[in-house]
Design a protein around this ligand. Structure first.
Ligand SMILES: Nc1ncnc2c1ncn2[C@@H]1O[C@H](COP(=O)(O)OP(=O)(O)OP(=O)(O)O)[C@@H](O)[C@H]1O
Ligand SMILES: [Mg+2]
Length: 454
C-alpha cells in the first residue's frame, strides 16, 4: 500500500503516519498540492490522506484533470467539523478524525486494500476457474480474463495479484475503453514535459507505476491498432518509450488483460493483432455468467448482505428462505454486479429480523423472478411493435441517432455501458457522438441525461 500524507506534519498527523507504517504502508509526506502532484506523477499512490486545512477541492480537481484516480481521505481534529463536511462535499472519500484511532486508520487502509479483493465462490464451475487461477498465480505468465460484464473479471485479476510473488508491489488497472485513443498512449507509457500541448510536467505511465507488480489492461480489445503495436513491443522487450522521451525505460510487470468481447473473433475481423493475442492469451480464464453457476448465488448474497449491513451501520440479518427462492429463480443478466446491487437495496429496504422476499426488488421497485420477467418480456414486445410502427418514415440515420442518444441517456452518459448495450465499439460510439455534437445536437455528458444537462 503506497500512501501519501499531505499537509503540515504536526503531532497528530505524524501519529497517523506511524500507525499506517506499522500496518505495512509505504508513506510519503508532502506539504503542498504541487509536491503531491509531483509524487503522484513520478510514482503513483494507492491512497492520499490530506489534512483538512489543505484546499481539498483543489486537490480533487487537480487529480481529476490529470485522470489520477487515487482515493482521497481527509483528516483533521474535531474542531474542524465544518471543514470535514466541506471535504466530503469536495470529493474526499472519507473523513478521519484526529487524534488518530489506530483501529480506524487500520480499517481505512484495510477497506482501500481489500475492497475489491474478496473473491467468493462455491459452484464447481467457478471452483475450476479459481483453481486454475491459483495454480498459475505465482508464474509470470500473462493471463487473459474473459466473461460477460459484471462476472468478476477485475476481482479475479486482483486475486491473481494477491496470490503472486508480486503482492506487496502495486496492482494498477487501466481501462483501455474509457480513455480516448490520443490520451491512452501517455496514460500507459507516460510522457516527458512538453511532449504535447498540456504536458506540463513529466508524468510516468501505468507501466512504470506498476513496476514490480501487476498491470491490468481492462477491455484491451478496445485499444487501437497503432497502440497495439507499441504494447506488443513493451511486452516483448520489457521496455517502454515515454511519449516525447529519448531513452527507453525498463519495466518489470505481469500483465493481465480482460475483454468482454471474443478476442479470437476480433483477430479474425482484423481489429486485433494476432501476435498480440497470442502474447496475452498464454493462460485464459473464462468466467462463467452467474446463471451458469447457480451454486454461487446464495453464497454471494450472504456475503453482500453482511458487507452492506456493515457499510451502512445496520445489524447483519440473514437472507430469508422466501428471498433465497427469488434470488435462485432470477436470470441475473447483469451477473454478480446486478446481484450485488439487488442485495444492497434489499439490506436498506428490509424491515424485521430477516431480509425477506419483499425487499428483493428491481431498481424500479418491482418484484424479481420469472413471473415478473415474463411480464417485462411481454411489455417489451408490445413496446417494440409500437415503436416499429412509429419508425416508418424516418431514415436509418435518424433512427440510429435516436437509439444511440436514448441508450446514452439510459446509461446516464456512461459511454462504456452504452456501447456495450448497443453492441458497437466505444470508438464507433465516440465518433458518432462527436458527429452529433458538431451538428449542434445535445449529447448526454457522463453522469447526466440530455434533460438534466439542458
Ligand atoms: N466472486 C466474487 N466475489 C465477490 N464479489 C464479486 C465476485 N465477482 C464479482 N464481484 C463483485 O461484483 C462487481 C463486479 O465485478 P467486476 O468489476 O470484477 O466485474 P467485471 O467482469 O470486471 O465487469 P465489467 O466487464 O463491467 O468491467 C464488483 O463489485 C465485485 O466486487
Ligand atoms: Mg471490469
Amino acid at each position: 500500500m503506497r500512501l501519501i500524507i499531505a499537509g503540515g506534519l504536526k503531532g497528530q498527523i505524524i501519529a497517523a503516519a506511524k500507525i499506517a507504517m506499522s500496518k505495512g504502508a509505504a508513506v510519503t509526506h508532502t506539504e503542498s498540492l504541487d509536491q503531491t502532484l509531483a509524487v503522484l506523477r513520478a510514482k503513483g499512490a494507492d491512497l492520499l490522506m490530506i489534512d483538512v486545512v489543505q484546499p481539498i477541492a483543489a486537490y480533487v480537481a487537480a487529480l481529476e484533470a490529470e485522470r489520477i484516480r487515487t482515493p482521497i481521505i481527509a483528516c483533521g481534529t474535531s474542531t474542524d467539523a465544518r471543514a470535514a463536511v466541506a471535504a466530503i462535499q469536495a470529493g474526499a472519500r472519507e473523513y478521519v478524525p484526529l487524534p488518530p484511532d489506530p483501529e480506524l486508520i487500520a480499517a481505512v487502509l484495510e477497506a482501500v486494500a481489500s475492497d475489491q479483493t474478496s473473491l467468493i465462490w462455491k459452484d464447481p464451475a467457478m471452483e475450476r476457474v479459481v483453481q486454475l487461477a491459483t495454480q498459475i498465480a505465482r508464474s509470470e505468465a500473462p493471463v487473459l480474463v474473459t466473461g460477460e460484464s459484471g462476472t468478476g473479471k477485475e476481482v479475479i485479476a486482483r486475486h491473481l495479484h494477491q496470490k503472486s510473488g508480486r503482492k506487496d508491489k502495486p496492482f494498477v488497472a487501466v481501462n483501455c475503453a474509457a480513455i480516448p485513443d490520443n490520451l491512452l498512449e501517455s496514460e500507459l507509457f507516460g510522457h516527458e514535459k512538453g511532449a504535447f500541448t498540456g504536458a506540463i510536467a513529466r508524468r510516468i505511465g501505468k507501466f512504470e507505476e506498476a513496476n514490480g507488480g501487476t498491470l491490468l489492461l481492462d477491455e484491451v480489445s478496445e485499444m487501437d491498432v497503432r497502440l497495439q503495436a507499441k504494447l506488443l513491443r513493451a511486452l516483448q522487450e520489457r521496455m517502454i518509450d515515454r511519449v516525447g522521451g529519448t531513452q527507453p525505460v525498463k519495466v518489470d510487470i505481469r500483465i493481465i488483460a480482460t475483454s468482454n468481447r471474443n478476442l479470437g473473433d476480433a483477430v479474425r475481423d482484423g481489429l486485433f493483432r494476432e501476435d498480440l493475442f497470442y502474447r496475452l492469451n498464454v493462460v485464459h480464464l473464462r468466467l462463467p455468467a452467474l446463471r451458469e453457476r447457480p451454486g454461487d448465488i446464495l453464497a454471494l448474497a450472504d456475503h453482500f448482505a453482511k458487507k452492506y449491513a456493515e457499510l451502512n451501520g445496520l445489524p447483519i440479518r440473514p437472507v430469508a428462505a422466501d428471498a433465497r427462492k427469488v434470488l435462485l429463480a432470477n436470470g441475473w443478466r447483469g451477473n454478480v454486479r446486478e446481484l450485488e446491487n439487488t442485495i444492497h437495496r434489499a439490506v436498506l429496504l428490509a424491515s424485521g429480523p430477516e431480509i425477506g422476499a419483499s425487499a428483493v426488488l428491481t431498481p424500479e421497485g418491482e418484484a424479481l423472478g420469472p413471473v415478473a420477467g415474463r411480464d417485462t418480456a411481454s411489455r417489451a414486445a408490445q413496446t417494440a411493435e409500437a415503436m416499429t410502427r412509429s419508425l416508418v418514415g424516418n431514415t436509418v440515420a435518424d433512427v440510429e441517432r435516436e437509439l444511440i442518444l436514448d441508450t446514452l441517456d439510459h446509461c446516464l452518459g456512461n459511454r462504456t455501458h452504452a456501447a456495450k448495450i448497443l453492441g458497437i465499439s466505444i470508438r464507433t460510439l465516440r465518433n458518432k457522438l462527436s458527429e452529433y455534437s458538431s451538428a449542434g445536437i445535445t449529447v448526454a455528458e457522463p453522469g447526466q441525461t440530455r434533460i438534466s444537462a439542458a
